[in-house]
Design a protein around this ligand. Structure first.
Ligand code: ATP
Ligand code: MG
Length: 260
C-alpha cells in the first residue's frame, strides 16, 4: 500500500461486552493505526456492530481497556466521542428522509457549532459568520462526494446507494480522525460499490482519515483494507493483512460454516 501508516491511534485490550446472558464480545484485543483502513469482518451476529459501538463509546464493555492516542479512555458518552474525533455511519441509514441532502449533511456540523441556537435563529453577528463557514465546509463535502446535482433533493427520494453516500457526507462533516463505517456497501449494486470504495479510499488518502470498516463483501474487504480483524461468535479468530486472513484455516471454517 502506498498510504503512510502511522502509530497506533486506538488500542483495544481484552474487551468483553455482555447483554444480560448474551456474550456479544469476549476478550478481544486489537489495535488501529493512524491512516490505515482496518476492516472488521465475520458472520452475522459475530459482534462487529457491537465492536463499533464500543469504539465510539455507545456501549461500555464490562471488561477491558481502551487507549486512545496512548491514554486510557474513561467511560464516555457518544457526543464526547464525536468531539474527540470519532464519527460513524450506520448499518441502517439514520438520515432525516424529508430533509434535503444539504441539510442532512449540515446536521453533522452541529457538534462543531459554537454560538448558541438562539443567536443563530436571530441571525446575528458571530452566528452568521459561523453559519457561513459551516455551509462552506458542507459544500466542500458535497463537491468531494460528487452530489452537487442532488443537494436540494429530500433524502427519502434518492436511490439507496446515494442515501449511503449522503450518510458518509454527514459523518465527514464532523471532520473525524477516525471514521467508523458499518456496512457502507450493503444492498448496493456493483457500480455503487465501486463508487463507495473510491470515496472511502479518497477520504483515507486526501484527509488522512483512519477508517474502520465493517463489510461482508470479501472482494471489497481484501481490496481496500490494510489489515483485517475477524470475529466469530464474539471472539477474535483472525487478525492480519488480507493474505494472512484469507489463508487462516479458522477463518475459512467460520465462513464456510456460516454459508458465506
Ligand atoms: N443492544 C443489544 N441488546 C442485546 N443484545 C444485543 C444488542 N446488540 C447486539 N446484541 C447481540 O450481540 C450479538 C452481536 O451482535 P452485533 O449486532 O454486534 O453483530 P454483527 O456482527 O454486527 O452482526 P450483523 O452482521 O448481523 O450486523 C448478537 O447476538 C446480538 O443479538
Ligand atoms: Mg452489524
Amino acid at each position: 500500500m502506498s498510504r503512510k501508516i502511522g502509530d497506533v491511534i486506538l488500542d483495544l485490550q481484552n474487551i468483553s461486552l455482555r447483554f444480560g446472558g448474551v456474550k456479544a464480545l469476549t476478550d478481544i484485543s486489537f489495535d488501529i493505526r493512524e491512516h490505515e483502513v482496518r476492516a472488521i469482518i465475520g458472520p452475522n451476529g459475530a459482534g462487529k456492530s457491537s465492536m463499533l459501538n464500543v469504539i465510539n463509546g455507545v456501549y461500555h464493555p464490562q471488561e477491558g481497556k481502551i487507549f486512545y492516542r496512548g491514554e486510557e479512555r474513561r467511560k464516555m458518552e457518544p457526543h464526547m466521542a464525536a468531539s474527540t474525533g470519532i464519527a460513524r455511519t450506520f448499518q441502517n441509514i439514520a438520515l432525516f428522509k424529508g430533509m434535503s441532502v444539504l441539510d442532512n449533511i449540515m446536521t453533522g456540523r452541529n457538534l462543531k457549532m459554537k454560538t448558541n441556537i438562539l443567536l443563530q435563529a436571530l441571525w446575528l453577528g458571530p452566528a452568521q459568520k459561523e453559519e457561513i463557514e459551516h455551509r462552506r465546509k458542507v459544500e466542500e463535502i458535497i463537491d468531494f462526494l460528487e452530489i452537487q446535482h442532488i443537494r436540494k433533493t429530500p433524502v427519502g427520494r434518492l436511490p439507496y446507494g446515494l442515501q449511503k453516500r449522503v450518510d458518509l457526507g454527514r459523518a465527514l462533516a464532523m471532520e473525524p480522525q477516525i471514521l467508523l463505517l458499518d456496512e457502507p456497501m450493503a444492498g448496493m449494486n456493483v457500480e455503487e460499490k465501486q463508487d463507495m470504495c473510491r470515496f472511502i479510499l479518497d477520504v483515507n488518502d486526501q484527509f488522512g482519515t483512519t477508517i474502520v470498516l465493517i463489510e461482508h463483501d470479501m472482494g471489497v474487504v481484501m481490496d481496500i483494507s490494510d489489515r483485517v480483524v475477524v470475529l466469530d461468535y464474539g471472539k477474535k479468530i483472525g487478525d492480519g493483512v488480507p493474505d494472512e486472513v484469507r489463508s487462516n484455516p479458522e477463518v475459512i471454517k467460520a465462513y464456510l460454516g456460516a454459508g458465506h
